[in-house]
Design a binder for this molecule. Structure first.
Ligand SMILES: Cc1ncc(C[n+]2csc(CCOP(=O)(O)OP(=O)(O)O)c2C)c(N)n1
Ligand SMILES: [Mg+2]
Length: 557
C-alpha cells in the first residue's frame, strides 16, 4: 500500500501491465502526466503532431503485439482529432486504451466537456475518473474490457484533481489472461451435418481469423470440405493468398460479390460481417441467396445471427471453434464425402493455376505504361522485399495490384486498415515497426490517405523509426471516381456516355511528397521510372533510417 498522487498511480499501473509506449499529443491538461513521466523512463512517450497518427500507431501496435496499447490525447480538442481513426479501431476491434486529461471536477458547472459521452459511439466502454480512488478499478476495467472478446477500444478520462490528489493504493500484479469462448457442441454437430453434405461449400474469412491466430485451422477446414474461400476483409493474413482454394476478396452488399457466392449451398462465415463498403441508396440487405444455408462463427454473440438468415450460429473463438469443427468433420465425413472433397480441391487447384497465369499476363500487359501502372510499381516492390519484411497497406485502389504481385502466407506479415477512415497508414507503419524492431517494415499508402496524417513523418524522423514509406501518387482520390461511375451505372442506372467532372476528386498538380518529407526530416526520393524503383527501395533499407519514396503512377480509371 502506498500513498501517491493519482498520476503516479496511473504510471505505476501501466508499468505493472508492461506498457512500453504512450502514443500522444499533450496539452495543458496533460501537464501532470508529462511531468510525472520524467520519473518513469521505462515508459516512452511517442509524440505525434496530429492525433490521428497516434491512433493509427496504437491500432497497428495493439494488433501486432496482441495487447492493449495506450494513447493519451488532450481534452475534447485533441480527442476530437483522434475520433476518425478511432472509428476504424472500433470496427476492427482493436484493444486501444484512449486516455485524456480533463478539467477539475469542481468546474462541472463551468462548461466542462463530458469526454466519455463524446467518444461513447466509438468505443466499447467509457469512464471519467473524477477521484484518484477510482483509478485502480477504472484502469483495471479498461485493460480487461479492451481485451475481453469482442476486443475493442475503450476510453478513460482523468480530471485534473484526480491526477494531483494523493490516495492510498496497492498495485498488484494484475495481468489478465483472457479466456476464450468454446462453442456449443450441438452447434458444431449441426455445422458438420450441413458441411458434410454440401455440394458447393464456400468459406468467408473475416479479420477475426487472423486476430485469433486461426489461419491454419481455416485452411484445414477448407481442405477437408473442398471449399472455395473468399475474404470479407483482409486487415491481417486471414488466409494464405497463394492457397489453391483462396479467391481473394468479396464485398458483401455488392452485386458482383453476391453473384460470386450465389450458387453456394452452404456458407461458413468466420468473423464479423464486413458490410461497410456500400454507401449508396438502395443497398442489398440480404447478402446471400435465400437458398444458401449460413453457418456464422464469431466471438461476438451480438454479431452472430444478426441481420442475415442464419442456420447455425457458432459463438466461439475461431481458433477453438474451427479446430473442434475440423476434428468432428475428419471423424464424421464418409469415405465417399472425403473423395468428393478431394475432387473439388483438385478443380480449385486447376482454376488457381489459370488465375495465376492471368495475373502474370496482366503484369506484362502493363509493363511499360507511362506513367507507371500500379501493377508494375508493386511488382518492382515485390522483387526487393526481404523475406522477413512486414507490409503495412493503406494503398486504397492500388491494393489490387499488391495482391496481383505478392502473396502473404505467414501470420503478421501483412496489416491493413479497416473501417473506412483514411489516414491510418502513416501512423500504422510506425506502430508495426515499433512492435517489430528487427523486421524491415514497408508502408504503402495512397497519396490522399498519406496527406491526412502526413505529420507522422515527423514522428518517424524524431524517434528514428526506420519505416520505408511508399506513396502511390496517382494525383487523385481515385477510388471516389471509380465509385462515382458505379453510382451512375448501377444506382442511377444511367450510364451516360458523358464522363463525370469528378468534382473534388482530382489533384491538378502531383503533390511534392519529396519536398514535404525532406522538410520534416525524412529522406525522400521521387520515382517515375519503374527501372529505378527497386534500387530506391534498397537504398532506403540500407540507410536504416525512416524514408519516403514517392512513386508517380497512373491514376486513370
Ligand atoms: C477521414 C476520411 N475522409 C474522407 C474519406 C472519403 N474517402 C474515402 S477514400 C478517399 C480517397 C483515397 O485516396 P487515395 O488515398 O489517394 O487512394 P486512391 O483512391 O487514389 O487509390 C476519400 C477522400 C474517408 N474515407 N475518410
Ligand atoms: Mg490517390
Amino acid at each position: 500500500m502506498g500513498n501517491m498522487s493519482g498520476v503516479q498511480s496511473i504510471l505505476e499501473i501501466f508499468k505493472s501491465r508492461e506498457v512500453r509506449y504512450i502514443f500522444g499529443n499533450p496539452g495543458t491538461s496533460e501537464s501532470p502526466l508529462m511531468l510525472e513521466l520524467e520519473k518513469h523512463p521505462e515508459i516512452e512517450y511517442i509524440l505525434v503532431l496530429q492525433e490521428g497518427v497516434a491512433i493509427g500507431m496504437a491500432d497497428s501496435y495493439a494488433r501486432s503485439t496482441k495487447k492493449s496499447s495506450i494513447v493519451n490525447l488532450h481534452i475534447e480538442t485533441g480527442l476530437a482529432n483522434g475520433i476518425s481513426l478511432l472509428h476504424n479501431a472500433k470496427e476492427s476491434r482493436t484493444p486501444i486504451i484512449v486516455t485524456a486529461g480533463n478539467k477539475d471536477i469542481r468546474e462541472i458547472a463551468n462548461g466542462r466537456t463530458d469526454l466519455a459521452e463524446m467518444v461513447r459511439l466509438f468505443t466499447k466502454s467509457t469512464a471519467e475518473v473524477t477521484h484518484p480512488e477510482q483509478i485502480l478499478t477504472s484502469l483495471r476495467k479498461a485493460f480487461n474490457e479492451s481485451m475481453n472478446h469482442p476486443t475493442g477500444p475503450v476510453f478513460v478520462g482523468f480530471s485534473a484533481n484526480s491526477l494531483d490528489e494523493f490516495h492510498q493504493i496497492e498495485i498488484s500484479d494484475d495481468m489478465q489472461k483472457t479466456k476464450k469462448f468454446q462453442p456449443d457442441m450441438n452447434a458444431i454437430q449441426d455445422s458438420v451435418e450441413l458441411l458434410a453434405t454440401a455440394t458447393n461449400p464456400v468459406i468467408l474469412v473475416g479479420d477475426q481469423v487472423s486476430q485469433s491466430d486461426a489461419t491454419k485451422e481455416a485452411v484445414q477446414t477448407s481442405e477437408i470440405i473442398g471449399a472455395k474461400v473468399f475474404a470479407m476483409s483482409f486487415s491481417g493474413v486471414n488466409f494464405p493468398t497463394n492457397h489453391p482454394n483462396f479467391r481473394g476478396d468479396i464485398k458483401l452488399g455488392y452485386l458482383n460479390s453476391f453473384q460470386a457466392i450465389e450458387k453456394a449451398d452452404v456458407i461458413l462465415s468466420i468473423g464479423k460481417f464486413t458490410d461497410g463498403y456500400y454507401m449508396f441508396s438502395k443497398p442489398r440487405l440480404e447478402y446471400f441467396n435465400p437458398r444458401t444455408k449460413l453457418i456464422h462463427m464469431d466471438v461476438d454473440s451480438t454479431s452472430v445471427g444478426n441481420t442475415q438468415k442464419t442456420e447455425v450460429g457458432l459463438i466461439t473463438d475461431p481458433k477453438i471453434g474451427l479446430s473442434m469443427l475440423n476434428t468432428a468433420l475428419q471423424s464424421e465425413l464418409t469415405t465417399n464425402q472425403k473423395e468428393i472433397s478431394k475432387t473439388r480441391n483438385k478443380k480449385l487447384l486447376d482454376e488457381k493455376k489459370l488465375i495465376e497465369e492471368t495475373k502474370k499476363i496482366q503484369i506484362k500487359n502493363n509493363w511499360s505504361n507511362s506513367p507507371m501502372s500500379p501493377t508494375r510499381m508493386m511488382y518492382e516492390i515485390s522483387k526487393v522485399l526481404p523475406k522477413n519484411a512486414i507490409l503495412v497497406d493503406d494503398s486504397v485502389t492500388s491494393r489490387e495490384s499488391i495482391f496481383q504481385t505478392m502473396n502473404f502466407d505467414q501470420p503478421n506479415t501483412y496489416f491493413s486498415g479497416f473501417g473506412g477512415a483514411i489516414g491510418w497508414g502513416m501512423g500504422a507503419g510506425i506502430g508495426v515497426q515499433l512492435s517489430n524492431p528487427n523486421n524491415p517494415v514497408v508502408c504503402i499508402m495512397g497519396d490522399g490517405s498519406a496527406m491526412m496524417t502526413i505529420q507522422g513523418l515527423w514522428t518517424a524522423a524524431n524517434y528514428n523509426i526506420p519505416v520505408v514509406n511508399i506513396i502511390c501518387n496517382n494525383s487523385s482520390y481515385r477510388v471516389l471516381k471509380i465509385n462515382m461511375n458505379y453510382y451512375k451505372n448501377h444506382v442511377l442506372n444511367n450510364p451516360s456516355k458523358e464522363t463525370s467532372k469528378y468534382i473534388g476528386m482530382n489533384f491538378p498538380e502531383r503533390i511534392n511528397f519529396e519536398g514535404i518529407s525532406n522538410s520534416i526530416g525524412v529522406q525522400a526520393q521521387t520515382i517515375s521510372n519503374p527501372e529505378k524503383l527497386s534500387d530506391a527501395i534498397k537504398k532506403s533499407f540500407d540507410s536504416g533510417k525512416p524514408s519516403l519514396i514517392d512513386v508517380h503512377i497512373n491514376g486513370e480509371i
